[in-house]
Design a protein around this ligand. Structure first.
Ligand code: GCB
Length: 605
């Protein structure tokens, strides 16, 4: 017993040390140009030459030692290999952006290293800086420019950039990326995940030119809890103290001047903007200007707060009628690569009657977030701290925190985003509590205006039914609960009478409910995989949820069937998780209409 106690004390001690080291760091945003849509840029999208390299012989020699610069030792070489086996000029090609799995049959299951190469032209302009910007590469990217290693990025769903001003040459340049999507235990996510591990340069790549003294990043949002004060900051690279910055919101007839100190200019605008809301997703043109640079953004202003178990948007209780979405394209499957593909999913969510989206299980593209914002969706955005990642590993923590920082850095000006989610269905333990607690602290340091959540799957039972008592409930502002009544536990019919209680006086979002159905498979409502079974499951879960008075919203699992290698069942799943309300070919199942009716009825009340 004493031994147990001393063991748990030392675990606690380790957690405290771990937590102290992390909180001691200053909240720093990621080095990312903000709002690249408003920048002059050259697209590096299109066909890239590729070499599949499962043994990574382009990276390691036969003693498994890393070559200094990958295998591109000579910066002048156009065909950059010393190895006779590697020649991009005669290689195959893949589209960027795009996953490799759905572009070439033999890469369907591939997990490993693949080399990408692209040539491009560059003409130097004086007094400019250039950045090579990747919107996302899954999972690990090592980037070379003209044979020189620029650096490495880890994490498959967030952007990263390199300042390449001194590395570009006049005329032809070439960029090479070693992309590796091998799953590793220490990664975030870890080796086990219920979605396809799509590899590749999955989102767009740009060469972005900016003036030498340029606006790097900014935050323009309502101050926490008020609707009449917009405050923020603009960080200006290569600026001197005293340099002027102006922030204008023409429609509000507001202009404020601020001056740079230590690279940053802070400002406050007293104004009463029309507030962004799902019913009226108003965006204002905001113009940020220095003597050398100008950037325009479309920004919405709203507040999000809680009151006991309610979520308030602009002070008004708002029930989150949502749906979960994976960023997978309809009709063709594979990763979403265009605004049009985002819109297909978003329009279905609108048709369903949603005002809320859970963008699962990783940060979706900036295009998805911006389009959703224009359509008035409230957004839950999350990082892939999923299931059993290594909560005691400091490198794993650093990786998760970096993905969180990149997500918040990119989307901090989006009014649509109201919830930052730290994790999904993580098993209870002290190290997990410390890990996610630290992520939450970090998120609040970076952004004190939004709510923190996590999807939990652990519930206790009370005499009455399910009890929410996971200690992580203490850490978050809003509790997410994934609950598969009628699928992973209990009979469908039993769900409607299950009661819920919570140890916390906080809003709860039912972040997942659902069950699988193959579109077009009909039968008795007790027969799994039929549309009728899924319909009955939704009906009884809706009855159950109607009785949960502390529920502030829901995001059933999931809008559309999505690929998952956990789902091999032949003729039913065929590598798809079939819990979609719509098939991957765009066919609506019966349960789509059940949920739609529930949402439409709510609007009538
Ligand atoms: C979950 C996970 C989600 C899975 C889903 C399922 O709880 O959060 O990633 O896809 O269940 O279908 O089992």
């Amino acid at each position: 017993m004493n031994q147990m106690k001393s063991l748990s004390n030392s675990i606690l001690f380790l957690c405290i040390i771990f937590s102290v080291t992390i909180t001691a760091q200053e909240a720093k945003y990621a080095d990312l140009l903000q709002n690249i849509d408003s920048r002059e840029k050259t697209s590096l999208n299109g066909k890239w030459d590729i070499i599949v390299d499962p043994l990574e012989n382009g990276f390691y020699n036969h003693r498994l030692q890393e070559y200094d610069k990958g295998y591109f030792k000579n910066a002048k070489m156009q065909s950059p290999s010393d190895l006779v086996e590697y020649n991009f000029d005669t290689s195959l090609q893949l589209n960027v952006p795009g996953d490799w799995n759905t572009q070439m049959d033999k890469l369907y299951y591939y997990e490993g290293t693949l080399w990408y190469k692209k040539d491009f032209n560059y003409t130097a302009t004086s007094n400019e800086e250039s950045f090579l910007y990747f919107e996302a590469v899954n999972y690990e990217a090592i980037v070379y420019l003209n044979g020189e290693k620029l650096g490495k990025h880890v994490g498959g769903y967030t952007p990263f950039q390199f300042n390449v001003t001194d590395k570009l040459v006049e005329g032809n340049n070439f960029v090479v990326v070693k992309v590796d999507n091998k799953r590793k235990k220490e990664n975030v996510p870890t080796v086990n995940q219920d979605w396809w591990n799509y590899g590749g340069i999955t989102r767009s790549v740009h060469l972005i030119n900016v003036p030498k003294t340029h606006i790097e990043d900014y935050s323009v949002q309502l101050e926490k809890g008020v609707t009449n004060k917009i405050s923020g900051w603009v960080s200006v690279a290569n600026a001197k103290d005293g340099d002027a910055v102006s922030v204008q919101i023409p429609e509000l007839k507001k202009t404020v001047k601020a001056t740079v100190k230590d690279g940053k200019a802070s400002f406050v605008i007293n104004a009463k903007p029309s507030l962004w809301s799902p019913d009226s997703p108003k965006l204002y043109e905001v113009v940020l200007e220095t003597t050398t640079d100008k950037i325009i953004d479309q920004i919405g202003f709203r507040t999000v707060t809680t009151d006991g178990s309610k979520i308030l948007i602009n002070g008004k209780e708002t029930f989150l009628k949502g749906i979960s979405i994976h960023e997978e394209a309809a009709f063709k499957t594979g990763r979403v690569v265009s605004v049009e593909e985002c819109k297909v999913l978003l329009n279905w969510a609108k048709e369903l009657g949603c005002n809320f989206l859970r963008l699962a299980h990783y940060p979706h593209s900036e295009a998805m977030v911006k389009e959703a914002e224009k359509m008035g969706f409230l957004i839950w955005s999350e990082i892939p701290v999923y299931w059993t990642i290594q909560f005691e590993n400091e490198d794993t923590y650093a990786n998760a925190e970096n993905q969180l920082t990149e997500m918040i850095s990119r989307d901090k000006n989006r009014a649509s985003v109201v919830l930052w989610s730290m994790a999904n269905e993580t098993p209870e333990s002290e190290p997990r509590l410390a890990f996610i607690g630290n992520l939450a602290k970090k998120a609040r340091q970076l952004d004190n205006t939004r709510l923190i959540t996590a999807a939990l799957d652990t519930q206790g039972t009370s005499d009455d039914g399910n009890l929410i008592e996971d200690p992580l409930g203490e850490v978050v502002d809003v509790i997410g609960i994934n609950n598969y009544c009628g699928w992973y536990y209990a009979d469908v019919d039993a769900c409607s009478s299950i009661k819920w209680a919570s140890a916390y006086n906080k809003p709860m979002i039912m972040s997942e409910i659902g069950g699988g159905a193959l579109f077009g498979l009909h039968g008795d409502k007790n027969e799994i995989w039929t549309e009728e079974y899924q319909e009955a499951l939704f009906k009884s879960n809706i009855e159950m949820m109607k009785n949960i008075d502390f529920m502030a919203g829901l995001s059933p699992w999931i809008l559309m069937d999505f690929r998952s290698s956990r789902r091999p069942l032949r003729r039913i799943q065929d590598d798809f998780n079939r819990k979609g309300l719509i098939s991957e070919q765009g066919m609506k199942k019966k349960a789509f209409f059940t949920l739609q009716e529930y949402y439409l009825d709510m609007d009538k009340k």
